[in-house]
Write a protein that binds this ligand. Structure first.
Ligand code: 13P
Length: 248
């Protein structure tokens, strides 16, 4: 039995006032939530969120990390720094980082390994673009993105990895994958893991991301291989995010 996990990815949306009311809003409704819930904040707000969530079950994550431990890497943030603010998770390989910042599957694999080596749980994002789906390459793309990580980290590392399937065409578009489309890819991902280790495949949480909202969360999370959600836009409003958490 896998736990349900609901994670908010705030992306580059925050201010001190907005963070305070969003986190307090989420905390006020957490009593009815049985899912594991985390919010992935922009770096400057990690400290503020750490203070706000203190003593609660809400967890904190970051959205990116540098593969190095420390040193002359101006503007970069290491896993140790993220951990210093009480964060337990970090997003790696989000499609926005792959497409806008040139992160290849090899770079994503190194970031995944850096996170695990430091004790952070990576939320490893994988997913195909619309072109790739329409040309029948979804499975090939998913396979390349996932096996590049498995090759570097080894399958055992997946005991500490959360996968997020985020079809690029569904992110921020309102065009959610249907439960059938999402379930098919989630099952493909689990089978791919099972070809290396059946037990790990059964235990690895695979979240869905891409226009998940209060209206469609329940149907998606009810699919056998969908273990929760990675939420963008709908994670910025406490009420919407809580409804998704409750669906979980
Ligand atoms: P939306 O929920 O806004 O589509 O974003 C999904 C996402 O990219 C989460 O990482």
């Amino acid at each position: 039995m896998r736990n349900t996990i609901v994670a908010g990815n705030w992306k580059m949306n925050a201010s001190k006032d907005a963070v305070k009311s969003l986190v307090n809003g989420i905390l006020s409704g957490m009593g009815d939530v049985s899912a594991e819930v985390l919010v992935c904040a922009p770096f400057p707000y990690l400290s503020q969120v750490e203070t706000l969530i203190s003593g609660s079950s809400l967890m904190l994550g970051a959205q990116n990390l540098n593969v190095n431990v420390s040193g002359a890497f101006t503007g970069e943030v290491s896993a140790e720094m993220i951990k210093d603010f009480g964060a337990k998770h970090v997003i790696v390989g989000h499609s926005e980082r792959r497409s806008l910042y040139g992160e290849t599957s090899e770079i994503v694999a190194k970031k995944t390994k850096a996170a695990i080596d430091s004790g952070l749980t990576p939320l490893l994002c994988i997913g195909e673009s619309l072109d790739q789906r329409e040309s029948g390459n979804t499975e090939a793309v998913i396979s390349e993105q996932l096996t590049t990580v498995v090759r570097l980290t080894g399958i055992e590392a997946f005991k500490n990895i959360i996968i997020a399937y985020e079809p690029v065409w569904a992110i921020g578009t309102g065009m959610t994958a249907t439960p059938e489309q999402a379930q098919a890819v989630h099952m493909f991902i689990r089978n791919l893991l099972a070809s290396s280790n059946q037990d790990i495949a059964e235990k690895t949480p695979i979240l869905y991301g891409g226009s998940m909202n209060a209206g469609n969360a329940l149907e998606l999370i009810s699919c056998p291989d969908i273990d929760g959600g990675l939420i963008g836009g709908a994670a910025l409003k406490a009420e919407d995010f809580l409804q998704i958490c409750k669906a979980g």
